[in-house]
Each structure stands twice: as C-alpha cells, then as structure tokens.
Design a protein around this ligand. Structure first.
Ligand code: GL4
Length: 836
C-alpha cells in the first residue's frame, strides 16, 4: 500500500464527495462522456439508440451513488431486510420510470433537447425487459417500486434469462412465437458482479457420518454449475433510497474435468460446460399452468440456492447468533416456484452450520412466508419424487423428514383420520409419487397469503381447507396493488398533470389516498372537459399505433373496448369474441339508418397464448378471422372494428390502458385469483365490465357497483351450474348464441376449423367455463354499456369517480400490509447527501 489506510480513505473521499450534478451542463457532459468512453462512438454523430444507451449509463451513475449509500447504510445499521424471491420480474422499460422516480425527467428532457435529442424518442429505443409471463411477474415489479418508495430495505432475487417471454407474431391469423433475445443491444441498467459467484450442485449422493455422537449427512458428487450475480438498482419515488434486484446467470464451473480430459474427450467436456449455461437461457412461457420439465426444476433450485447463500453471507457479515436470523431477514416466496429455497435453507443450517433440527426448523419457519396466486389445479406445482431424488437427493430426504414429523403431529391430533393425513401430506401417494409444493410451502412458512379477499376465502375453504383448520392464523389476505408511478404518472402523463393541477400538488403520486379529493371535480364542467380531451388524445395516440402496427384505421369517436391479458379459457376471451359476432350479425340485420344510431365500438383484444396451449391459440385465430371480415365489411364501416393487438407487453399496456374506455375482466367466478390490470384501468378512468371475481369484487366495493357493469354467475353458484351442464341438464343454447355458432361453423369467417371442436363441446354442454351460461347476462351488461355511453355526462362522472376511489389498489398499500403483518420490517429512510 502506498498510503496508510486513513490517508487512502481521505484521498478517496475527496475524489468522491461530489455527487453527479443536476444542472444541464453536468447532465450533458455525462451523456457525451458515455458516448465517447463507454460506447466508443463518436460524440459528433450518434444515433437515437446510442443516445439512449449513453443517457441510461449517465442515469445509472446517479443511481449507483444512492444505491451504494443505501446498502452501506443498511449494512452499518444491521437492519432487517426483505427478500422477494420470484422466478419472474416483468419490469417493463426502465428509463421513464427511473427519471420520474429520481425527479429528473425535466432536467434530462431539456439537457437532451439542447443537444438535439428528444427524450420521448429515446424512451422508445429501450427494449422491454420481459422476464415474466403476466400478472404474477408484473406484480413482483410493482412491489419492487413500492418497496423502494416506502424506504423498506428490500432486495428482489430472480433469474437473468437470456430469452424473456417470446415475441408474438401473427401469421395468417395464427400466433407464432419468436425468441426474445433482449440482451442483444446490451443492458445499460445492470451491473455485472463477477465477484459474486456461488457454486451450485446438482445430482450426486448423500453420505452419512457421525460427529460428536450425532448422525449427520453431507451432499457430495454430481455436477457443479456457477451462479453469477447481475444487479439492477431500483430507485424509489421521491426518496434517496435505492434498493436492488439481483438476478442470477448460470456459468460453467472453472475446474477442469480431468476425466474427460484423460479420455481425450475435450469436445464432450466443452459440451457439458455449455449445458451449464443453458440453465438460465429461457423463461418458461406458461402462465397458470405447470410444465414439469427437469430444466425448470433446475432453474428453480439454481436460483434458490444462490439466493439463500447470498442472504446467509450477508447475515453473517454482521451477526453471529443464528437465533437472530428472523430479526434480520424475511424471505417471501412468490408462489411455489421458489419453494425449494426453504429446503435449501434447512439443508445449509443442518448439514453445514450443524444446527439441530428443532432450532433450524424454528429459524426457517419464522423467516419464510408464501403467497399463493392461483387455485387452478393445472397450475398447482408438483414434482415427482423420482426427479427430485435424482437431481437433489439430500433435499428429497429432508422433504421426507419434514413430512414425517408433520404426519406424526396430524396423527396425534386426529387419530385414525387417514383421509385427512392423505390430503395434508406433502407427498401424493400413487405409482408416480409426487411432492406437492404448496403443502411444503405452507408448512415451512409462518404466514401464507392469498391475493384478493375472495381468493383468500377460497383457498381457506377449498384447496387449503385442512391447513386452515390446523393453522387457523396462518392464511391471510393481502389484496394486490399496482404502482401509480408507472401506471398513472408515466403511462398517462397528461392525466397525471391534470390531477396534480386539481389537487394543487403532486403528493398523490406517492400517497394515493389523496386522490379521493378528485371526487369534488366529477361534475366540474371545466375539469370534465379537460378529462374528455385527455382521453381523446390518448385514443388518438393508440389509433396511430394501430395504424402503424396493423395498417388498420380505427375511428377515434368510438367506444374503445379493451381486453388485454394472457389468453386463457378461464379468462373467457372466447365469450368476448362471441359477443362481438353477435353484435356484428345484429348490425347486419339493420337498415343503414338504424345502424347509425348504434354506439360505434372498437374492440381490442390482446395477449399471448402459451405455445403449447392449443385452445388458447384457436381463440386468437378466431379473433383475427372475425376482424378480417368485420373490418372490411362496407355495411359496417366505422361502427364496429375488431383488432387483435399483437405482442401485448408492458410497454403496449402503457399505451392501451390510458386510451381505453371500457375494459373486460370477465373470468368465470372463482377462477381469477385477483387480476391487476383491472386496477390499472380504473386508475386511468376506464369503466369495467366484469364478473364478481378476484379483485373486481373489491373494486366494486370501492367505486360502487353502479359505476361498473357487473354480470354473470356468482362464485357460490358455479359448482352447481357446472354439475348441471355436465350432467346434460343444460338449457338449450339461446337463439342469439346459436346463430353465432352457426355463423362460425358455416364459414362466415373463413376457415376457422381450429375452433370448431370447442364450439361443438359448448353446444354439447361441456362448458367448464360457463360461457353459454353467462352469455345472456353478458349481453345485457353490454347493452347497459351502450346506453350509459350515450349519456356522456354520466359516463365521465363514473370515470372520474372510479379514479378518485382507486387508492386502495396502490401497491404501496399492499406493501405496507405485508410489512406490518408478515415481514415485520421498518421503513429506513437513508440520509440524503445534503443531510450528511
Ligand atoms: C396470477 C393470477 O392469475 C392473477 O389473477 C393475479 O392477479 C396474479 C398476481 O397475484 O397472479 N397467478 C398466476 S399463476 N399468474 C397470474 O397472473
């Protein structure tokens, strides 16, 4: 060392103590420096994409200052941290959101304009990081924003997939999947951490040995793969705090494979190493359904092991007593996907840290908790005992042990009740024994939560009934929420400005409860006119986008009716398009004069189908086929347009939602755990047509049932109806719906034979999702929509009331509830540079 440590620290402090300036020159200088030194482009001529990258790097520099200070502060103060473990983080673009959170959008816009660049154009240069499927992954992203905003010390942990959710391309009306190599242009937001690496073992065997009279086990052999960390700073809104999202990438282990080498088999040794990189290649594209592939289980264990090791290492930096662990860490399992983390934690405590079972179990149980996101049986994860034994032999032993102790307890409490034991066991018996991951999660957690009131009640009464009886205080509700930063302020800047103008300050963006004062403006003519103008501008923007993407011109003076979400039978996009066909056939029956009186509609449907989900793909084809006919029918003109919006993703949602006037959330009652886009639509002044399902129930409690279009069977009726339908006791299909079916089957929309089997089974009463049953009340609700839309004054009042009553659905509220009743963590605002 050239200096004594103190001198060195002083020198470095002098170099570092100036934070990045916020003035125009400093911003410009930092951007241009990145063009020159980071990107090695010429500063005299750089493209929009180059400018986007340099701007992102310049923002990252700022983030790193607060990110480093935050972590330093949390470490020094040895605070309790939350760890959110998720296989999916559907972040969406980061630039606009980041600039807003650090309150620098105006500074950057002006600085860029001054050197000839338009900030909004740079936003469009960013690829959408799409490391998630749908609601579950997007919820994780909203939670990160709220955690940082609320100054909760929290890290997200996940996988840095090379390929995010596929890009959807429509060819001849059918969905085609194109791989999304989102990293091809680099990722300026992340920091590679070559020094944060962990070896992860797969396969092998366990060896038993005795130590001080205690029998112990050790996992040995198998293959080693390395996990390397990549960090993305997560800034909060209006705070200096900056959290972290740590994603793991798999790499081959460095040590030499002597066996292959000795055999002279160099190429197969390279091949084996390549297999290691394969683990984090691709996100599995299924939403609400499990694909039981070995590679998926490998992904799960890979990321869980790296995460648990990282969390333990951080704990050990400042603590020496394991009993303190639950006071320093809360680990949240986002669905059962990261369930194996609990077993890995137990393994490390017992096999490596040499704790005894009782202590280890208590520590595990006090620090872990689990969120259930679905009741659909096809989504409830199970893994075969054979597969787990092969891939993770020690974990399988531990799972058996957990189950053994638990079954003993149950047998004591309910002697002879084998039925109950069978239901509660982690292991599903049979020829191919399965591990039920949800049962494992419930046992390992001190709290389990559902994601909306109705959903929580359902899991308490159905799938987890026995557990709810046994652990009456364990299962509770945490209604989902969404971040108003991205979903109002960034997505709908004009609406955001209008709200700020009306409320006379912008605090509502960080405290959504304040938005209720908007209610006072619901009948203020001047305000309402501005409200109308903004919606119109958003519709124009969407119409331009539709023209650009699809070449179809859609009218602006029509009702924009939107259903965007993953395509799934339970979400009933089929019912939507059947209604559209009914509407089309009705219009065709009318005289031109009658048609003119009908409320013009633009129906937009968007969403991806899992590549192996045949029926969902058939629905996409039908929507496209209907669009082809309706949109080119001269009789119909602008009175009805049907658009399938391709490649629905977070950035598309940010254009679609602010432009929508009616949105559809029409799942069969009891099947949509929560839904979160429903909340985003309400926040953007859109009215909902929907069933009493998921969070719709709570939305109706907040905004009032009169301000929504609610229809369909209620959850308590569904089982009976389904039973009746399948017993062949269904009512004959109504005339209207039969006519729709006939049109489809007779070729009115061209060759849609791919949908015929579904139509036939509906006609046979094999209608699991109650499409035929709910159709009539759906049509009635749609008629009410038209009537209400004719009364624009009423419509706009409903729209404003919705927004003013949407505060409950901010993810800030959700996160506060998790902090209070599950995680028991405090807000820790860190001192800003000017304070210190
Ligand atoms: C989901 C639910 O289907 C959805 O209703 C819910 O809003 C979301 C977040 O809790 O979780 N579960 C799965 S699986 N995918 C989802 O989007």
């Amino acid at each position: 060392f050239i200096y004594h440590n103190e001198d060195k620290a002083k020198k470095i402090w002098e170099l570092m103590q100036t934070y990045q300036g916020v003035d125009q020159k400093s911003i410009q200088r930092s951007i241009v420096n990145h063009v020159e030194y980071t990107l090695a482009m010429t500063r005299f001529n750089f493209s929009d994409f180059g400018c986007y990258q340099a701007t992102a790097f310049s923002m990252r520099d700022r983030l790193l200052e607060s990110w480093n200070d935050t972590n330093q502060y949390f470490t020094t103060h040895n605070v309790k941290r939350v760890y959110y473990l998720s296989l999916e983080f559907l972040l969406g673009r980061l630039m606009q959101n980041t600039l807003n959170n650090i309150n620098m959008e105006k500074n950057y816009r002006e600085a860029l304009l001054d050197i000839g660049y338009d900030l909004e154009r740079l936003y469009d240069e960013e690829v959408d990081p799409a490391l998630g499927n749908g609601g579950l992954g997007r919820l994780a992203a909203c939670f990160l924003d709220s955690l940082a905003t609320l100054e909760v010390p929290a890290w997200g942990y996940g996988i840095r997939y090379d390929y995010g959710i596929f890009k959807q391309v429509i060819r001849d009306g059918y969905q085609c999947e194109v791989p999304d190599f989102w990293l091809s242009g680099g990722n300026p937001w992340e920091i590679e951490r070559p020094e944060v690496v962990y070896p992860i073992r797969f396969y092998g065997y366990t060896e038993k040995y005795e130590e001080n009279g205690v029998e112990r086990a050790q996992w040995k052999g198998g293959e080693i793969v390395m996990a390397k960390a990549y960090d993305t700073p997560v800034p909060g809104y209006n705070t200096f705090n900056c959290n972290n999202l740590r994603l793991w990438k798999s790499l081959p282990a460095q040590e030499f494979d002597f066996q292959s080498f000795n055999k002279g088999d160099y190429l197969s040794s390279v091949e084996m190493k390549q297999r290691a990189e394969y683990i984090t290649s691709v996100l599995y594209p299924n939403d609400n359904s499990q694909e039981g592939k070995e590679l998926r289980l490998k992904q799960q264990y890979f990321f869980c092991s790296a995460t648990v090791r990282d969390v333990i290492r951080r704990f050990k930096k400042n603590n020496s007593d394991w009993k303190d662990f639950p006071k320093k860490a809360a680990l949240q399992l986002n669905d059962t996907h990261p369930a194996i983390a609990a077993v890995e934690f137990l393994r490390i405590l017992i096999d490596e840290e040499k704790l005894d079972w009782g202590e280890a179990w208590k520590i595990l149980h006090s620090s872990f908790s689990y969120t259930n996101h679905t009741v659909l049986p096809e989504a409830l994860e199970t893994w075969s005992v054979g597969l787990i034994s092969h891939l993770l032999p020690r974990h399988m032993e531990l799972i058996f042990l957990i189950n053994h102790y638990f079954m003993e307890d149950i047998a004591k409490k309910y002697p002879g009740d084998y039925q109950r034991m069978e239901e509660m066991s982690i292991i599903a018996e049979g020829d191919d024994k399965q591990v039920r991951m949800a049962n494992l999660c419930i046992l390992c957690s001190h709290k389990v939560n559902g994601v909306a009131e109705l959903h929580t009640k359902l899991i308490q009464e159905t799938i987890f009934k026995r557990f709810h009886e046994y652990f009456p205080n364990k299962i509770e509700n945490k209604t989902n929420g969404v971040t108003p930063r991205r979903w109002i302020h960034c997505a709908n800047p004009k609406l955001s400005d209008l709200i700020t103008e009306a409320l006379e300050d912008s605090e509502w963006i960080g405290e959504l409860e304040r938005i209720e004062y908007l209610e006072n403006f619901a009948e203020d003519e001047e305000f309402v006119q501005k409200w109308i103008d903004i919606k119109k501008q958003n519709k124009e923007k969407l119409a331009a986008k539709v023209k650009e993407v699809l070449g179809i011109k859609i009218p602006v003076n029509a009702l924009y009716d939107v259903q965007i979400k993953r395509i799934h039978e339970y979400k009933r996009q089929l019912m939507n398009i059947l209604y559209v066909i009914h509407r089309y056939l009705t219009l065709k029956d009318m005289t031109p004069g009658e048609r003119e009186k009908v409320v013009p509609r633009v129906v937009i449907i968007g969403g991806k189908a899992a590549p192996g989900y045949h029926n969902a793909k058939a629905i996409i084809k039908l929507v496209n086929a209907v669009g082809d006919i309706v949109n080119n029918d001269k009789d119909i003109g602008d009175i009805l347009k049907v658009i399938f919006y391709p490649n629905y993703c977070v950035s598309a949602a940010q254009t679609l939602i602010p432009a929508s006037e009616l949105s559809q959330h029409i799942s069969t009652a009891g099947m949509e755990a929560s839904g979160t886009s429903n909340m985003k639509f309400v926040m953007n002044g859109c009215l909902i047509i929907g069933t009493m399902d998921g969070a719709n129930v709570e939305i109706s409690e907040e905004v009032g049932e009169d301000n929504m279009f609610i229809f369909g069977a209620r959850v308590h009726e569904v089982d009976d109806i389904r039973h009746r339908l399948f017993a062949g006791e269904h009512n004959p299909i109504g005339k209207r719906l039969q006519r729709v079916f006939d049109a489809i089957l007779s070729g009115t929309f061209g060759d849609v034979s791919i949908i015929h089997p579904i139509i036939h089974s509906l006609m046979d009463g094999k209608d699991y999702y109650l499409v035929t049953e709910d159709f009539d009340s759906y049509v009635k609700a749609q008629n009410k929509v038209d009537d209400t839309y004719r009364d624009q004054k009423k419509w706009n009042m409903m729209s404003i009331l919705g927004v003013s009553r949407s505060a409950k659905f901010s993810s800030d509220r959700t996160i506060e509830e998790y902090c209070d009743s599950i995680w028991k963590v405090d807000r820790i605002p860190i001192p800003t540079p000017s304070d210190s």
